[in-house]
Design a protein around this ligand. Structure first.
Ligand code: SIN
Length: 573
């Protein structure tokens, strides 16, 4: 039985609760609030922090899209975008999801523009198109140079606030969702904490748009809100999840003194390499051509892995920086180009004491984007009726084993809209290959080529299905802390992985789960800890199942072609 009009009270509009305020949540909430006629819905947008607290806000590079002829780069095509997405994803993508992503991109760029978002123009006044790694043509739209995510978020937030004031949408900030309520196998609403008070909100549909989980790792480009909340909520409600072994590390985040749990390190956009920056080691050697014919413009997983393998081969500590040299860009494009094209990076590097027009920047890979997530069909439906997911928290299969640069904001847009359309009962119609049926059998169901895990891969209460742990420095970690979790996950499930390391990590995670899950959480921080730990356990379980290297999942022990000659080294602190 639904809460609202369609299945419950026929005089009341159906209620959609959207959880999360990144691009997928904001855009979906707006579309649902603006739906007219019979499709009109009551929309409630819940955000655990302020609306600006999202991964979207930090996105620099942009949104990839092949626009209409005339606006697209000469010779570029949707087919080329599809091919690039599949190649970066190591072919493990859901091809139908990729086709939709690339075909419907122009439609949702137009949707963003309707909400007041403007993109940068070139000297002729045409939409400026950037090139990023593994794209065969310039097709990245950007705003404010390298402030694309912030510009998009601000535009959408302004539109959301306008609708909140006029009563078309209800907005709750500081609202931490602790549980999805269910009845008869259907999601019926949410419970949340706000100002220390427990509240509940019935709904006909709940759309999870909670973003990613970078805080599972020690170094991440993600802000502190990226704690796997949506994945954990969905898993506990019985939803299928998939592709969890695939976590992308961005190769170039500034390596500077960092405070554990503090702000993320500065991301130096892929677009900087798109403009011609190269990577050097501490001896000034340009190592990427040794690893891939496209060198610095190879897919992101390749570049991050090549950095790790190069450091291991040269015997340098695993957490040593390499150096991003953008001096050639300034030399070839003229003085002031870097500051104009990348104002955010220019200001931040300057504030950190670097003049990147004159010296290379120290950079290191950092956890950036989870390709895996809550399995959905092409209409954003999860395996649990009434529950939808879109954006990074979801796994449509569009990103495969490694996401193509600037396809993430795009996925949030396209599949956020499609989830709303599903909820409102408009196209697309239900996809019969959705994970729903198989999930009823209790399995961890996958919509595409991911390793299948059964649902009992970890117990809900932290049962120890994991093997006896191999003794490592992590088991000296003692009690659970976010820092200890980050160290363990970076060492065992980061860019380079081995079977024994993953086994040891699984054992340590089960021990931690046994202790912290037995105590009831009472504040957002404690709920987040449990969510992070659950996400880590699911990721490691998926990674243990996949014994060969593909995409962002690299098994250094079984991949002899490019295994490091030195034994793997762990992050030291
Ligand atoms: C970047 O600007 O390098 C990040 C954009 C993305 O994650 O696609």
């Amino acid at each position: 039985m639904g809460y609202g009009g369609a299945q419950g009270n026929p005089t009341r509009p159906r209620r959609l609760v959207v959880v999360g305020s990144g691009i997928a949540g904001l855009y979906a909430a707006l579309l649902a609030a603006d739906a007219e006629g019979g499709a009109a819905a009551e929309v409630v947008l819940l955000s655990k922090g302020q609306l600006e607290h999202s991964n979207t806000f930090y996105a620099q590079g942009g949104v990839s899209a092949v626009l209409e002829p005339g606006e697209a780069a000469p010779g570029d095509s949707v087919e080329a975008h599809v091919a690039d997405t599949l190649a970066a994803g190591a072919g493990l993508n859901n091809t139908e999801a990729v086709r939709i992503l690339c075909t419907e991109a122009a439609r949702d760029i137009a949707g963003l523009r309707r909400y007041g978002v403007t993109f940068d123009a070139d000297a002729q006044g045409d939409t400026a198109l950037g090139l990023e790694a593994a794209h065969s043509a310039p097709r990245i739209l950007h705003a404010g140079g390298d402030a694309t995510g912030a510009r998009i978020a601000r535009g959408l937030i302004a539109a959301v606030l306008e609708r909140a004031v006029s009563g078309r949408l209800r907005l709750e900030t500081g609202a931490f969702v602790t549980e999805l309520t269910t009845a008869d196998g259907r999601v019926t609403g949410v419970e949340y904490l706000q100002n220390g008070e427990r509240k509940s909100l019935p709904a006909d549909g709940v759309l999870l748009a909670t973003g990613g989980a970078g805080r599972v790792f020690a170094r991440t480009s993600n802000p502190s809100v990226a704690t796997a909340d949506g994945l954990a909520l969905a898993w506990r409600a019985g939803a299928a999840v998939g592709d969890l072994e695939f976590f992308q590390f961005h190769p170039t985040t500034m390596a500077m003194h960092e405070v554990a749990g503090g702000p993320p390190p500065l991301l130096v956009s892929e677009a900087v390499r798109g403009e011609g920056a190269v990577l050097l080691d501490a001896d000034g050697y340009r190592f990427m051509p040794d690893h891939h014919p496209d060198a610095e413009l190879a897919p992101r997983d390749v570049v991050s892995r090549s950095i790790a393998l190069h450091l291991a081969r040269t015997g340098a500590p695993a957490d040593s920086p390499v150096f991003l040299d953008a001096r050639g860009i300034e030399a070839s494009r003229g003085p002031g180009f870097l500051a104009r094209r990348f104002p955010t990076i220019n200001a931040a590097t300057g504030a950190a004491g670097y003049d990147w027009t004159a010296e290379p920047l120290p950079v290191s890979p950092a956890a950036h984007y989870w390709m895996g997530g809550v399995s959905t069909d092409l209409g954003g439906r999860t395996s649990v009726p009434g529950l939808y997911a879109a954006g990074e928290v979801a796994c449509t299969g569009a990103q495969g084993a490694n996401r193509l640069a600037s396809n993430s904001l795009l996925e949030g847009l396209v599949f956020g809209r499609r989830a709303v359309e599903s909820f409102l009962g408009a196209e697309p119609s239900h996809d019969s290959t959705a994970p729903r049926a198989a999930s009823a059998a209790g399995g961890l169901t996958l919509t595409h080529a991911s390793a299948a895990l059964s649902r009992d891969v970890i117990g809900r209460e932290g049962s120890a299905t994991e093997p006896e742990g191999v003794v490592t420095s992590w088991s000296e970690a003692g009690v659970f802390s976010r820092e200890a979790l980050g160290r363990l996950m970076t060492g065992a499930a980061g860019v380079l992985r081995t079977g024994p390391d993953l086994d040891a990590a699984a054992a340590q995670l089960a021990l931690w789960a046994g202790s912290i899950d037995s105590v009831e959480a009472s504040c957002p921080r404690e709920f987040e800890d449990r969510n992070l730990l659950l996400a880590a356990r699911l990721l490691v379980a998926a990674a243990r199942k996949r014994t060969v290297s593909v995409g962002a999942h690299y098994r250094a022990d079984t991949d002899h072609a490019s295994a490091p000659t030195h034994s793997m080294q762990r992050i030291s602190s």
